[in-house]
Design a protein around this ligand. Structure first.
Ligand code: MN
Length: 341
């Protein structure tokens, strides 16, 4: 075969592989049998080679050829509520399992807990044993499939809770947020071959495999991760609430449809009050934001009062309303800007 033909053949082979490998399956750090007796070799093999592999394959399939190819894993997760179920489940599946393999190790390869994490655990849960009991409770009461987590919250504190399916605490769909540093997989695929329906036995035994040194590394990294601030800002629910009503009244008004604003001006004002009384992200809570929130509340009150006032000239009233809602919209963006500095 000539060199040209060979190159041509290679090019055809490359272009026919289908989709780009944006994400790849990480290797398990130990042999399948190294996790015994807590978890049997066959479960480890199927869990890693089949289940985790499928999340990676399906995630790559779902994002290839879309703008999501260029988006970071953190952004895929953070805005999960805006993604398809396929992206949410498979991005979560890939992230969660990668974390799980990181923190599991046979006894001989485990490293000790850091002083910092030990102190943080003792100050919140009194002891590691009681932390384990708390996590096991979250894990055993999770109905159906999901994960139990130890996370670092936006305030830099530890918290324990569970999420369903392949969701995780980075996602905006989770009611509690933070960066996970330890996760326990409670899908049946994680334990069923050895433990069948006895999830509690699996939960008691899995702790023999937890590498507290690896969890400590994740704790230190999470405290300094800029993602923590992003989650904190994204978790300011009062501004999300206000934004929704603002968008649903302002944008129709831009098209001269004032019906939504006129029927919901009271709601807009109520959301502005709630926003003014909410706690902005710690990193953005400053005099500038408080001043803008005060002006926003006043502006929404003025709008609501004008809406309620009978008018002889409806056209004139609409023009006035548009000017006022535009100003409210500007103040809202001022708040968002101060928050995202
Ligand atoms: Mn799993």
């Amino acid at each position: 075969m000539s060199k040209n033909l060979l190159i041509q053949g290679l090019l055809i082979l490359l272009s026919s592989t289908g989709f780009a490998q944006v994400y790849t399956l990480p290797n398990l750090p130990f042999e399948f049998a190294a996790y015994e007796p807590a978890v049997d070799a066959q479960t480890m093999q199927i869990h890693h080679d089949k289940h985790h592999a499928a999340y990676v394959t399906n995630l790559n399939k779902a994002i290839t050829g879309t703008a999501m190819e260029k988006i970071s894993m953190n952004d895929l997760l953070m805005y999960a509520s805006f993604r398809s179920a396929t992206v949410r489940n498979n991005a979560g599946g890939h992230y969660n399992h990668s974390l799980f393999w990181d923190i599991l190790a046979p006894k001989a390869s485990q490293r000790p807990i850091s002083k910092e994490l030990q102190l943080a655990i003792e100050s919140k849960y009194t002891s590691i044993d009681s932390l384990i009991a708390t996590i096991n409770k979250a894990a055993s009461t999770r109905f159906g499939s999901g994960w139990a987590w130890l996370v670092v919250t936006p305030e830099g504190k530890l918290a324990v809770f569970s999420t369903a399916n392949q969701d995780n605490p980075i996602m905006d769909v989770s009611s509690e947020r933070g960066i996970p540093i330890l996760g326990i997989d409670v899908w049946e695929h994680a334990y069923y071959l050895k433990y069948q329906n006895k999830r509690a036995d699996y939960l008691n035994n899995i702790w023999a495999l937890i590498n507290w040194g690896a969890v400590s590394d994740k704790y230190a990294a999470a405290l300094n991760d800029p993602l923590l601030k992003e989650i904190e800002k994204d978790n300011w629910l009062a501004i999300k609430d206000f934004h929704k009503v603002m968008a649903q009244t302002f944008h129709p008004a831009e098209e001269k449809n004032f019906a939504p604003l006129k029927s919901r001006s009271g709601e807009l004002y109520a959301k502005a009050i709630l926003l003014k009384n909410s706690t902005p992200p710690v990193s953005a809570n400053n005099a500038g934001i408080q001043d803008a929130l005060t002006r926003l509340e006043k502006q929404c009150l003025d709008i609501h009062q004008l809406v309620q006032k009978p008018a002889k000239d409806e056209e004139k009233k609409n023009a006035q309303l548009f000017e006022m809602i535009t100003k409210a919209h500007d103040i809202f963006h001022e708040v968002e800007g101060l928050c995202h500095d």
